[in-house]
Design a protein around this ligand. Structure first.
Ligand SMILES: [Zn+2]
Length: 320
């Protein structure tokens, strides 16, 4: 049953694999966290922790890198964040023993499995959301992204267009709930074109990238012998990345995200634009009683704060 209460993991669970950029073995342990703590990354031995919020993003070139004034702490944060947000977890610790989260099979499915193994528990606090109040838009060359008000929950509408590649043009619309995330999105893998991968390799990046953790295309076909998990696996993976990148709002979003030819950089820029405009969003709290679909908020414009099971709250989260 869906809950209007905050949710965390029942126990700790560890996932081990290799880092896609270093090629070295690395483990990530996700576990319970207190109410209102969101997602917090720690690095074993580094004695530092970084809150998974937009202000902690210090690079988005090949993956989402989180850090602070001391520099990067953890790279490739987006897939484990997608799994946590996608599965409806509000609060979790994420502990890594190296510079990046393991890439696993390139999807979020191993992290979803881990969350299933750990189990989830409801906490004694109402779930909080960031509700988008007015549209914000960002354009980078041929890329476009926006967040818009959307009362029924979180929805993503994405379009990608890789001309001169078998990927081609793909579009996907996704309304976020845990069952749909698990079934339709979590298994979609990272993808790339052979030419890009060899360029990354020669620059010293993506040393752990292989057909075990990426879908790779040449000019005419997919090179993985097992083929695709979904005919439109690439755009579904872009949805997965959006769920992970927008988890850096610090709270679940109530809004519609649209992008054309998007990526981590665009997702981060749209989120940053939203956060920068204090009139573009507000924090709302799910109210009791527990609703079957807590994020449904049918609200008349200019009406009082309480409507449809949500209440606006006066305090701001740590999301600047
Ligand atoms: Zn990804």
């Amino acid at each position: 049953m869906k809950s209007s209460r905050q949710t965390t993991l029942r126990s700790q669970v560890t996932v081990t694999g290799i880092g896609v950029h270093s090629g070295s073995p690395v483990s990530v342990t996700i576990g319970p966290a207190d109410i209102n703590s969101g997602f917090v990354f720690t690095r074993i031995g580094a004695d530092r922790e970084v809150q998974a919020v937009a202000a902690s993003v210090i690079a988005t070139d090949f993956a989402t890198v989180l850090g602070d004034h001391l520099g990067p702490l953890v790279s490739t944060a987006e897939h484990v964040l997608a799994a946590l947000r996608g599965m409806g977890v509000d609060n979790a610790t994420i502990e890594v023993d190296g510079p990046e989260v393991p890439i696993m099979d390139g999807s979020a499915a191993p992290f979803v499995d881990a969350i299933d193994r750990a189990g989830t528990v409801q906490q004694h606090a109402a779930r909080r959301f960031i509700e988008v109040l007015k549209p914000v838009q960002v354009e980078f060359g041929e890329s476009f992204g926006e967040l818009r008000p959307y009362a029924a929950g979180f929805r993503a509408e994405l379009e990608i267009d890789f001309a001169n590649s078998p990927i081609g043009r793909q579009a996907y619309a996704f309304d976020l709930d845990a069952d749909s995330f698990r079934r339709d999105i979590s298994r979609a893998r990272t993808f790339g074109c052979m030419g890009d991968v060899t360029k990354l390799w020669s620059a010293g990046y993506a040393l752990g990238a292989s057909l075990e953790n990426s879908v790779v295309f040449d000019e005419t076909r997919v090179l993985n012998t097992e083929g695709l998990r979904y005919a439109d696996e690439c755009v579904r993976h872009k949805v997965l990345d959006v769920v992970g990148d927008l988890a850096l709002a610090g709270l679940p979003l109530i809004g519609l995200y649209r992008s054309v030819r998007g990526g981590h950089k665009l997702n981060h820029a749209v989120l940053t634009a939203l956060m920068a405009d204090r009139h573009a969003w507000r924090v709302v709290e799910a109210t009791e009683p527990v609703l079957e679909r807590p994020v449904v908020a049918r609200r008349a414009r200019g009406h009082a704060d309480v409507a449809g099971g949500m209440v606006a709250v006066a305090f701001a989260p740590d999301v600047s």
